[in-house]
Ligand binder design. Structure first.
Ligand code: ATP
Length: 821
């Protein structure tokens, strides 16, 4: 039943219980949101998305497969005499940049690279970046100038900057940042400092037709074709925080000096040389330039007005003719949109990386539209709230589920001085407007994008939403929303500034590029490993546990159709035992455990057998909240089972261990989002604390292939996945299920007898299933046999008899060579 499968997998992106009965048109759109598809589907999607990107206007980032094979013979490269002090290798062939992350000035170099290039891979010692049109567009939008980019790159590079790199940067940015779209006093203007550029734009018939000529009543404006305006002075300061310290040479020198002091001989020599590079004020020059960019009093800005209704078309046209417009909101001078008195509470302290991300957004006193990328659990919500407190206008927040709506509301109340009645939630269960002329509305994408007939109260709420002029539109989990749905939301809503928040700017269908066009460029992307080492997110041990299939299950697997194959490798008795063992082990350590299963049949079967609570799409909001609260507050409820409805946005700081038993094909995004559930662990700063992420994989099945693919995003962020082929201690553990052949055969018979509908049960709210509880919630608190070790299971070192393979870890570990791209 192919259509049904589509809708089933579509649930990956959303918790869509806000609607009574989504129709099939909606499924088509949800389907678009699915980033992770089987390989056959990928080919078609790639082609489709490539043409979509082309139509999105020339700012195309090549996919990996499109990057030309580089000539890797660099033997003729001439190194600069002090190359050891410079941390960058630049590949003249393909724009890839390699950073020596162990260099004393790596941190500063990293800040710079993140601003101009796409991070490809950032493990411990060597980072890889790629210069793309998108990344350069983003660099220009946050105020970096091309000459400065080239100059800093050259200073950091071990060789003279290759001419091909210079040409690439100049060529792809020559018209970037020259045109801005500004909404002032409710009128849209196209602005540029170069009148010639506006003249050139006006030669384009689509743009010319959208132009608004000043009327007689605005005769003053009519004196010239182009309105003249002074660029604003830079006066940005985040509320409740001190002004961001000017990044640059001072900091950089200190870091370099510190590194020089504690290094060994070679490191000291390198650091001394690095300090010499620092003396040239490598980054200071660039970043100071960034800060001062708009402080020039005498810059004249030319502009002309365009019709509000044609804004999207004009944006697209400008991008098509290679003049992508930057969107900026002069909120301080917008007197026609009502202010919203809101501030961060005095106790709210934003973290340095949050401040850095925000300074990219507000760097010149206006608000730039764009996307901020921070790891899961790093506090994107507070970044969004701080941005709202800076703009201080009515704000609309869109997220992916009703649970997140409540979490956003709670976070607004926690971090800002807003009162509850100034915040309205718009979900299937709540539709009360805020008090006062301005306020906050929090809703889901599906609520806003739904264009079917609505109940009276919902229609009335929508009418009010559409008639408002929003100062700020905050888009949470922005990577999962399909372009069509976005378009529908964006056409329905008039907003001055749009900020997209995400942890994983990846989609297998490569539609990420659409976001550049619809929202704006990526403004900032943080490094997961840095935040982890600074204690802002938890350290995690990742492991892939290989579970051999029992012969009976494997035989059935080999002969089964696709859907049943998935259930068979998830229900594999050896995987079940591994899961049961890990739960026991970690419960005994005092961990709180989430077991993830995409497959609802398996989710119910596991949870019921193990007497645990479970959450999936069939439960309503109240039922989910009830279970989550048990997990958070009841010491006897240490493990819950979650379907994909828990992939994103769940704030469960109690969780310290994840076990994944079934997942969505090769989804890199899902893997990262799931990991994100434990990155916020409350106990993350306890001494020696580690969170654990286990992926249980049935050996010699297609799951192995997908598993490898899924890990790539996290591997690129610097996570190392250990492969465990045998869990130490499992064999001595009593009371594991399905240990006898008879039990295993019964289990197999049940799976084979289950009708196709049961195996295909989806997470959609449409499938109304009554509230089933896996058990009383009393977790089996019996200390599982842990193999006698209190330390991490993954790195357990034990004294036991064994052969050479055992001694070298060869019987429980496997090593895999993986290729990042
Ligand atoms: N500056 C801060 N000071 C103290 N706590 C913070 C700060 N920023 C965020 N937090 C806390 O960190 C946790 C994670 O924040 P948040 O839920 O916003 O993460 P997120 O980035 O949205 O994650 P996800 O992508 O998983 O949804 C929350 O408990 C939040 O209260």
């Amino acid at each position: 039943m192919p259509p049904k499968r589509k809708s089933a997998s579509a649930a990956a992106a959303y918790d869509d219980d806000d609607f009574e009965a989504p129709d099939l048109d909606d499924y088509e759109e949800y389907e678009e949101a699915i980033e992770d598809v089987s390989d056959e589907e990928m080919g078609g999607r790639r082609k489709k998305s490539r043409s979509a990107r082309q139509s999105a206007g020339g700012l195309e980032a090549p996919s990996d497969s499109e990057v030309p094979e580089a000539n890797m013979d660099f033997s003729k490269m001439v190194l600069k005499p002090d190359h050891h002090a410079r941390p960058l290798w630049i590949n003249p062939e393909n724009g890839y940049i390699v950073l020596e992350a162990f260099s004393p000035i790596a941190e500063q170099a990293q800040d710079f690279l993140v601003a101009i290039a796409e991070p490809v891979s950032r493990p411990t010692y060597i980072h890889e970046y790629r210069l793309t049109s998108y990344s350069l567009y983003a660099a220009v939008s946050v105020g970096l100038e091309i000459d400065n980019i080239l100059s800093v790159l050259n200073r950091l590079s071990k060789t003279e900057l290759p001419q091909s790199t210079i040409d690439h940067i100049r060529e792809s940015t020559k018209s970037f940042g020259k045109v801005k779209l500004v909404l002032k006093h409710n009128r849209y203007f196209i602005e540029s400092e170069e009148a010639g550029i506006l003249q050139r734009l006006l030669k384009d018939s689509i743009i010319r037709d959208a132009r608004v000529f000043p009327s007689a009543s605005t005769a003053g404006d009519a004196a010239t074709r182009f309105l003249e305006d002074k660029a604003p002075k830079r006066d940005f300061e985040l509320p409740g925080t001190k002004k961001p310290a000017a990044p640059g040479a001072a900091n950089g020198s200190n870091d370099a000096e510190a590194a020089a002091q504690d290094g060994n001989g070679t490191a000291t020599a390198a650091a001394t040389a690095a300090a010499a590079v620092q003396e040239e004020d490598v980054l200071g020059m660039l970043l100071a330039k960034d800060d001062d960019r708009d402080a020039t009093d005498d810059v004249l800005v030319h502009s002309f007005e365009i019709q509000a209704a044609k804004v999207e078309g004009i944006k697209k046209q400008c991008a098509d003719i290679n003049f992508p417009m930057l969107e900026e909101y002069d909120f301080r001078n917008d007197t026609s949109t009502k202010n919203l008195e809101m501030n961060l509470k005095p106790t709210t302290q934003i973290r340095p990386y949050q401040e850095k991300a925000l300074s990219k957004m507000f760097g010149n006193g206006r608000a730039r539209s764009g996307i901020i990328v921070l790891p899961c659990g790093a506090g994107k919500t507070l970044v969004g709230i701080t941005a709202a407190c800076t703009i201080r206008k009515s704000t609309l927040v869109l997220c992916t589920s009703a649970v997140s709506v409540q979490q956003w509301k709670q976070q607004f109340l926690m971090w800002s001085d807003l009162k509850a009645n100034q915040i309205a939630c718009f979900t299937s269960e709540e539709k009360l407007w805020f008090q006062g002329e301005s306020g906050i509305v929090i809703s889901t994408y599906t609520m806003l994008a739904n264009n079917r007939k609505r109940a009276h109260q919902t229609a009335e709420f929508m009418r009010r939403l559409q008639s408002m002029e929003w100062g700020f539109l905050l888009l949470d989990e922005v990577h999962v929303v399909p372009a069509n749905m976005f378009r529908r939301v964006l056409t329905n809503i008039a907003a001055h500034t749009k900020l997209g928040l995400t942890a994983t700017l990846v989609r297998e269908d490569e539609k990420i590029g659409d976001l550049n066009f619809l929202i704006g460029p990526k403004l900032y992307e943080a490094n997961w490993m840095d935040l982890s080492s600074q204690g802002h997110i938890a350290r995690v041990q990742c492991a892939e546990v290989w579970c051999p299939m029992t012969p009976e299950f494997y035989r059935a697997y080999a002969n089964a159709e696709t859907r049943r194959k998935q259930v068979l490798y998830t229900m594999n008795p050896n995987k079940f035992q591994a899961c049961q063992f890990l739960i026991k082990y970690h419960e005994a350590r005092g961990d709180k455990i989430i077991v993830f299963s995409d497959n609802v049949y398996a989710l119910k079967a596991y949870a019921t057998k193990l007497n645990k609570l479970f959450i999936y799409g069939g439960l309503n909001h109240h039922e989910r909240t009830l279970i989550l609260s048990q997990f958070q507050h009841n010491p006897n409820c240490s493990t819950i089972f979650l379907s994909k409805v828990g992939d994103t946005s769940l704030d469960l700081p109690e969780a310290t261990c994840l076990i994944q038993i079934s997942s969505h094909y090769g989804s890199r995004r899902q893997e990262a989002q799931r990991l994100g559930r434990i990155l916020r662990a409350k106990r993350r700063n306890d001494e020696g604390f580690n969170a654990f992420f286990y992926s249980l994989v049935s050996k010699d099945t297609e799951e192995m292939y997908y598993s490898n693919k899924r890990q790539q995003f996290l591997v690129d962020q610097g996570y190392a996945f250990k492969v465990i082929t045998k869990l130490p201690g499992i064999e001595e553990t009593a009371d594991l299920s399905f240990t006898t052949q008879r039990e295993q055969q019964e289990l197999l018979a049940t799976v084979l007898a289950a009708d196709a509908a049961a195996l295909e049960e989806t997470d959609l709210a449409l499938t109304k299933v009554r509230f089933e509880r896996g058990g009383s919630g009393s977790a089996a608190a019996s200390g599982g046999s842990s193999g006698g070790s209190n330390s991490s299971l993954v790195v357990t070192a034990q004294r036991r008899q064994g052969n050479m393979a055992s001694l070298s870890g060869g019987d429980t570990m496997a090593y895999m060579a993986t290729r990042n791209r």
